[in-house]
Ligand binder design. Sequence first.
Ligand code: G3P
Length: 219
Amino acid sequence: MRFFIDTANLAQIEEAMAMGIISGVTTNPSLMAKEGIKGKANVMNHYKTIAGLVDGRDVSAEVIATDFEGMKKEGEAFAAIADNIVVKVPLIKEGLKALNYFRTKGIRTNCTLIFSAGQALLASNAGANFVSPFIGRIDDIGWNGLSLISEIYQIFEKQVLDTEILAASIRNPLHIVESAKLGADVATCPLKSIEALLNHPLTDKGLAKFLADAEKLDT
Ligand code: G3P
């Protein structure tokens, strides 16, 4: 399973790139707003900056329009920014039309706001390169987000669909490890969830011992 970083924060993207563990970036309007990006030109520039930071890796840029013509226009403008832009489209009827259109144009897509296996199946058939099931938000309403990853994986395997499963709305390290076990192709994670994977008390204890013993060495 590959990692994407789920942020529009340039410093966090650079930090994750330096660790050598990310294969892409996902953003959404909420994450862009969090960075204080305002106005169409600034949004486009910010995507261009991100696309340039990640050395050809995927960058999902989400459309704001909810009608086919609007999505088409926004998605084409995003795709013109750089070859590594993936157009992110919401799972609504107009979104399916947009996915189908982008497929005919060779523009790669990520279908977002997936909360059921049926939605994932629709998105795949419409041509989505990625589907993004939001596992944390499913947990938030007292359901089991990870079981959706499993359900989509079983369907895509059985039906031999090549759409990739991009586990999204990741909130903790368990979401990441379980998504990998259940067959997600990618997990898009906030930097803090990725960094939480580093933590283990025995690593800390072991390092402290090595450092203490290193002081005894005659160097
Ligand atoms: O990639 C989608 C993701 O950003 C949603 O996460 O934490 O807002 O549910 P969250």
